[in-house]
Design a protein around this ligand. Structure first.
Ligand code: IVH
Length: 674
């Protein structure tokens, strides 16, 4: 009744944001999803009809921004500092003593605010007169990366504050993934044959620093506010008022924040949350204690590292006790032989562990663990569990001290130990374990990416004598008939496999270098090498000094690379690969490496392109370090569809693979590369 389109749009925007807040921040929806959808669609329709009503803070603007090719940098108004750590109650006591001394408080206790220490990625969000302007990562503390389009997709970040605030403020907090969402993302990575994330923190970081906001939007990140940088016209007397302000401005603020009177209350809080940390739906790696009085905070000031008025109390790594059932020796790709503890399965930090690393023989002896001992195992924040120490019972000394094998457990070649290295090594480059690991590595997704050739099949082909070294992969086509005869292979899958193998003959140079499995040469270093030298020949003949000029190459790595290309077996292998038609493609100097929208990604082009031929587009992708494939699969990162695209576009939709127009694709390409 009498409502102008403008008024209606405003009303809908406010209503939708209010319901978003109830749903995403307070977890207390007042309407059904259908009702919300109806309102949202109404607003979308209204904005389509009157585009001038589409404001930047409209809830319809949370998704849909186009991917950018890199992040701009953003300078923080107030630098983002770090915190000092305290491990254990003694160090916490020292912190309290320092605070009291500096403030001249002797007989009273200091009031602290205790908070969970979120294990995520810090983000600073700038609001100007209450409207979100920029969201930036921490970076080096002074300058971070502008990730605004991604941050906009996080529903718990208000696009407009719920309270009036004049001037510019920087809201600081942590971006997180719940454990459940982390599991969900990893399961889909697994399905797609992609590398899984090691932990929720890495997954949150990878998601926030995605160049494609649509991917960020598809994963449920949450933002938890813990403080302010620039404060505009705001003034506070107490830290707890900042907490209240953040909550009323529309942010998620932890419900586990407490006001604590003195050191003893802080210790009790630590005890409480050490036991309860698993109750929280996301990971916390400790607790943060902050002096409550802002006047006192000012008096205490800062060190170069962080505030003197706050400390991070770090939890000890999670540990459990179990029985050591045996020690096995594992041979890696480069011949390193490492002891592995075989354990009675036990739960540590929410996951079951049956094996743990013992690092190397010296570590094993220093810790004096023996088969049959009860041992303490831990997961130190991250993934690889390790054995910490044995529990010395009466029987311990009667158990035999484990001895390292003298011969390789796989090929029986006598093991060697290089000077200045603790690792035992199998010097036999043709050791089946090493060969298998090398081939598995060569064909893996981030290396040459041969679809249909996984670890199991590699081992089977080795066993049956189809493979002796990596180059034999390219000879498999000579034995097609025999392959088809193999159990569970069949004509079609063998053809697919052989086609997939042929396709790897023209992979970008960086992938080929990584696939060779040179020690110290990981994906990103392979990229730097490929970019610096532009072709394989110049890398093969590069001297130690020349290699040192490559960004990220240090003395050890340079020496390893020289040694690799000098060794006869490796020279023969590479010549064989080249002789069989492998021709690594040079990558363009315009490719940027890490977080590159094209390098390492797989594109499929379909339909008619306006600005270039399909072949040119594919060549462009390869020069930029990406892969151009012809068929759409779960491994495809993007489908670029022009007019007349048919089944490939349909398949992409079915697999929820992002579909780009030619123009959107060209936006990913650095200008100088076209
Ligand atoms: S307060 C001046 N509170 O931990 C810095 N930080 O290890 C004040 N963090 O850089 C930081 N939870 O990114 C604060 N409740 C919390 C936090 C928290 C996580 C992060 C933050 C900080 C890092 C220090």
């Amino acid at each position: 009744m009498g409502e102008s389109p403008e008024q209606k749009a405003k009303r809908l925007r406010e209503e939708i944001e209010r319901h978003n807040y109830l749903y995403y921040v307070l977890d207390k929806p007042e309407i059904t999803d259908e009702e919300w959808d109806k309102m949202f669609r109404e607003l979308l329709a209204l904005e389509a009809e009157h585009p001038e009503l589409r404001t930047p803070d409209s809830p319809t603007q949370r998704v849909g921004a186009k991917p950018s090719s890199k992040f701009a940098s953003h300078r923080h108004i107030v630098p983002m500092l770090s915190l000092d750590n305290a491990f254990g109650f003694d160090e916490l006591g020292e912190f309290d003593a320092r605070v009291r001394k500096a403030l001249g408080i002797t007989d009273e206790s200091v009031e602290y605010i205790g908070e969970p220490k979120f294990d995520g990625l810090s983000l600073s969000i700038t609001y100007e007169n209450g409207v979100l302007k920029v969201a930036s990562t921490r970076g080096d503390g002074e300058e971070g990366e502008d990730v605004t389009p991604n941050a906009r997709t996080i529903r718990s970040i208000p696009l407009r504050l719920r309270t009036e605030v004049e001037g510019i403020i920087e809201v600081r907090g942590e971006v997180l993934l719940d454990r459940a969402e982390f599991e969900r993302i990893n399961a889909s990575m697994r399905d797609a044959g992609a590398q899984e994330f090691a932990n929720p923190r890495n997954a949150a970081a990878g998601t926030l620093r995605q160049l494609d906001p649509r991917i960020t939007a598809s994963r449920k990140l949450t933002f938890w506010a813990w403080g302010l940088g620039a404060q505009g016209s705001l003034e506070f007397d107490r830290q707890r008022e900042i907490v209240d302000f953040l909550r009323s401005a529309g942010f998620r603020v932890s419900e586990h924040i407490r006001l604590l009177n003195g050191l003893d209350a802080c210790k009790a809080y630590v005890e409480d949350y050490t036991a309860r940390r698993r109750e929280l739906p996301f990971d916390i790696d400790g607790l943060v204690f902050k002096v409550d009085s802002i006047r006192h905070q000012r008096q205490l000031g800062f060190t170069a590292r962080g505030p003197r008025w706050a400390i991070a109390y770090k939890f000890a790594a999670e540990q459990a006790t179990t029985k050591l059932l045996g020690i096995t020796w594992q041979v890696g790709r480069t011949g390193t032989v490492t002891p592995v503890a075989e354990l009675e399965p036990v739960q540590v930090g929410g996951v079951t562990i049956a094996r743990a690393t013992l690092h190397n023989i010296e570590d094993l002896h220093r810790k004096d663990v023996r088969v049959g001992d009860s041992v303490i195992v831990q997961r130190a924040g991250d993934v690889i569990p390790e054995v910490v120490s044995p529990i010395l019972d009466k029987e311990h000394s009667k158990r035999p001290v484990p001895t390292p094998p003298e011969k390789c457990p796989v090929c029986e070649t006598p093991l060697v130990k290089r000077e200045a290295e603790v690792a035992l090594r199998c010097p036999n480059k043709t050791c089946p374990a090493q060969v298998a690991e090398r081939i598995v590595h060569y064909v893996s997704r981030s290396a040459m990416d041969i679809e249909g050739l996984g670890e199991k099949l590699v081992l089977r082909l080795l066993e049956l004598g189809f493979l002796e070294d990596v180059s034999d992969i390219y000879r498999l086509k000579e034995r097609k008939g025999e392959l088809i005869e193999l159990d569970r292979m069949g004509e079609q899958s063998v053809s697919n496999l052989l086609n997939a193998i042929e396709a790897t003959k023209s992979r970008p140079l960086n992938r080929f270098l990584f696939a060779l499995g040179i020690r110290h040469v990981g994906e990103s270093l392979a990229f730097s090498l490929a970019k610096h030298f532009s072709n394989l020949d110049s890398i093969r003949s590069a001297s130690y000094e020349e290699l040192l000029r490559v960004p990220d190459v240090g003395p050890n790595t340079a020496a390893e690379i020289v040694e690799y290309f000098q060794e006869e077996e490796n020279r023969i292998l590479i010549d064989k690969l080249l002789g069989l038609g492998v021709q690594p493609l040079p990558i363009s100097s315009a490719a940027t490496g890490e977080n590159d929208p094209i390098a390492g990604k797989t594109f499929v082009f379909t339909g008619k392109l306006e600005h270039m031929t399909r072949e040119d587009a594919e060549e462009l992708v390869r020069r930029l370090g990406g892969t151009a494939a012809t068929s759409v699969s779960k491994k495809t990162d993007y489908v670029v569809a022009g007019p007349g695209a048919g089944s490939k576009e349909a398949k992409a939709k079915e697999l929820s693979i992002p579909i780009l127009t030619e123009d959107e694709f060209l936006e990913l390409v650095p200008k100088e590369a076209v």
